[in-house]
Every structure is written in C-alpha cells, then in structure tokens.
Write a protein that binds this ligand. Structure first.
Ligand SMILES: Cc1cc2nc3c(=O)[nH]c(=O)nc-3n(C[C@H](O)[C@H](O)[C@H](O)COP(=O)(O)OP(=O)(O)OC[C@H]3O[C@@H](n4cnc5c(N)ncnc54)[C@H](O)[C@@H]3O)c2cc1C
Length: 366
C-alpha cells in the first residue's frame, strides 16, 4: 500500500497528527503496534492542564497549555470535565509570585473565599490559607484518541492497529516491512513517545531522552472537584477527579529505558502521606488501583532530572523526510500535531492550513 505519510504510534500525539494531516487532504496511515491509546496517554493523570502549575517553572509551556485548554474545552466539550480544579495552599513567597505571574501571562487564577471552599469541600485540611480556581479539568484521553481516529478515517485516513514494524528501508520513498506486508510513504512521522528510539534506531538515529516514570493511585473521591497543591511542581500534588474517583499523583522516578518501568510498591503510601496536607483523610481511603506511565522528556543537559526537564516538545528530521516528535503533554498534543503537520505541508508544497483549532471533535451521528 502507498501513502503520502505514515505515522507510527497511536497515542495522543500520533492520533491528533493523523486527524490534522487527513483533514489537509494527505493520504495518511497510522500504525499502532497494539491498540490506540495503549501507551503513556492512557497511563497519564488525564488533566487538561490550565497552565497554573508551570507559571514560574516554564512560562512558555504554561501559555501553551492555557491556550490548548481553551481550544479543547471549546471544540471537544463532550470529553472534558465540567468542574474546574481548585489550587489550594498556604500564603508564602511562592504562591504570591505564582499569582502575579499567572496574571501577567493571562492564565486564569481566580482567588476564592477559603471559608466558602471549606463549606463546599468539607474534607479539606482546615489549616489551608488560600484557594484558587483555574481552568484545569479532567479529560478522557482515550476518547480524545478515538475521536481523532474517527475524524481522520472520515477524511480518508487508514488506521492499522496491531501492526508490527520489522524493518525500515529508504529508497526513493520509505518502505516499511510490517506484519501487514510492505507499506510505502514519502514521509514518516515517529510519534511513539517513550518508545521513540525503538523506531529511530531502525534507521540509525538516537534521540536524547530522559524517561521519567510516574505512578498514580486511584480511590473513591473525597471531593467532587479536582484539587491541586499550589507550590513548586513536585510529587503528589494533584488529585484529579474522574467520574467519582480521585486519581492522586504522581511520582517522578528516572529509569533507564521504558522496559524498566514497573509498579512502584512504595508509591501508594508515599502519595497518600504527601497529599494528606491537602486532604487529611486521603490516607484512610482504600486504594482501588495503582498504575504507572512513562514521560518521554527531551533531555537538554546531562544533569537534568524528571522534574527539571521542560515539558515542551521537539521535532527532529533525521534522515530527510523522517520526522520524530518527542516531549510535550497530553494537553498540547493537538498543538504538537499542528506544528508537525505544518512542517510536512511546507516540505510537500501543500498550502492548506490547520483546522483542528476550530473544527468540533465529537462523535458523529453517521
Ligand atoms: C504519570 C503521568 C501523568 C501525566 N499526566 C498528564 C496530565 O495530567 N496532563 C497532561 O497534559 N499530560 C500528562 N502526562 C504527559 C502525557 O501523558 C504525555 O505527554 C502524552 O500522553 C504522550 O503521548 P504520546 O502520544 O506522545 O505517547 P504515547 O501515549 O505513549 O503513545 C505512543 C504510542 O506508540 C505506540 N508504539 C510504541 N512503539 C511502537 C512501534 N514500534 N510501532 C507502532 N506503535 C508503537 C505505543 O503503543 C503507544 O500507543 C503525564 C505523563 C505521565 C507519565
């Protein structure tokens, strides 16, 4: 089979790119080794980030998240939660600076009357001094991926799940030898997240990555609303509420390769202990399950650890017409797709513009 573009990897990034390029009239195939959304996307906290978390550490990412939050909330309302998160904490130098920066960056951070918030959420620690409403809310990440695929297929895209790539050859075009036979394309996009190097190495390329493992604990929610600890980004600072369940996370443990990821047995108690500063009873609420995911972060310096590395994204072209996309967040997947699709358009001389920032992403009645 012959295509203009083959995308490898069916997570948030790959499926959003599948949709974007198909809508711009490219003949596109998406190859996923397993099922759609079986990597980090499904193992994430599934918080549609509003930007507040990153205002001091990473203002560019904070702005990108705020803008994407607005776009996704508007174009895909069926997969986004209705309740905005509260950031809660104590009055100190950090919170003061963060509020000022949020205002400067035009990131929503509306201070609330803490006494009213205690009435609304009785399980909160009564020593907390402040509460801020932000645009952070939960998102159904799997559905985001499926809707992207449905939309891409409607525009003529080909979805190939459970497909293994054995070998990649470069002739005039790229030839992929797969479990479905030979596939051919002018452009390849490697969107395999934490597994990016398993594909990159097939054509002699290595991307400098830091693998940061994060574990999440799930329990019956103690609050109807997502809660985040307003302080420097660290472990156990977010309790995202999905249909009656509180997802508390995360840890951030550097591992050498995706294959080394395994459930961290200490994480459950550690997360609960740390977050009890916000919800004291979190320690006594039964855990329903724990799960773990791997953040593929682009490594700029040798000394960086998982919390220091920026959440921004990079696009590499190596070799020619073979693009790799790495880093970013679930929240910015649509934007990442737009940028890499713009690059393909420029190379292919296609002048069409991105439409995913305004076309509804929803189930169709067809
Ligand atoms: C614990 C944790 C919590 C997080 N929480 C949030 C959050 O709340 N909000 C947020 O915005 N971001 C969050 N993130 C970050 C976010 O989840 C990721 O940035 C994003 O999901 C990455 O998506 P992706 O499509 O690039 O990768 P993935 O979702 O990993 O997709 C890659 C896909 O490629 C496939 N694949 C791999 N190898 C091959 C191959 N050889 N052939 C074909 N297919 C292959 C995989 O099966 C997978 O489906 C979190 C990350 C972690 C680890």
């Amino acid at each position: 089979m012959k295509y203009d573009v083959i995308i490898i990897g069916g997570g948030a990034t790959g499926t959003a790119t599948f949709r974007d390029l198909s809508m711009r009239s490219f003949n596109v195939a998406l190859i996923e080794k397993s099922k759609i959304a079986s990597g980090t996307t499904a193992a994430s906290h599934q918080n549609l980030v509003g930007g507040m978390r990153y205002v001091l550490k990473d203002p560019i990412v904070a702005k990108e998240c705020a803008e994407e939050n607005r776009i996704i909330s508007k174009t895909a309302p069926d997969i986004v939660g209705k309740n905005n998160n509260y950031f809660v904490g104590f009055r100190n130098e950090y919170t003061e600076k963060a509020l000022k920066e949020a205002m400067k960056l035009d990131i929503r951070a509306d201070e609330l009357d803490i006494k009213a918030v205690f009435k609304d959420i009785p399980s909160l620690n009564k020593d907390l001094e402040m509460a801020i409403e932000t645009d952070d809310k939960n998102i159904n990440a799997q559905k985001f991926c499926w809707l992207n695929c449905t939309s891409a297929i409607e525009s003529g895209g080909m979805l190939l799940e459970n497909t293994e790539i054995y070998k990649i050859e470069k002739k005039d075009r790229y030839i992929l030898l797969t479990s479905r036979g030979e596939l051919e394309a002018s452009y390849i996009i490697n969107a395999t997240g934490a597994w990016i190097n398993t594909i990159a190495r097939k054509i002699g390329v290595t991307i400098p990555l830091l693998y940061s493992q994060g574990t999440i604990m799930v329990q019956k929610a103690l609050s109807a609303r997502g809660l985040q600890y307003l302080h420097e980004p660290s472990d156990a600072d977010a309790y995202i509420v999905h249909t009656g369940y509180g997802w508390l996370g995360t840890t951030s443990t550097t591992i050498n390769s995706p294959e080394d990821a395994k459930l961290e047995p200490w994480a459950d108690e550690y997360l609960k202990e740390k977050f009890s500063i916000i919800l004291p009873n979190v320690k006594y609420q039964k855990t329903v399950k724990n799960f773990t995911g791997i953040r593929p972060l682009f490594k700029q310096k040798i000394t960086e650890n998982g919390r220091e590395v920026s959440r921004d994204f990079r696009i590499f072209e190596e070799p020619e017409k073979f693009l790799h996309i790495v880093g970013g967040k679930l929240t910015t997947a649509r934007l990442m797709a737009e940028k890499i699709s713009d690059e393909i358009c420029e190379k292919a001389g296609n002048s069409s513009k991105c439409k995913t920032d305004r076309e509804p992403l929803q189930e169709t009645t067809k």
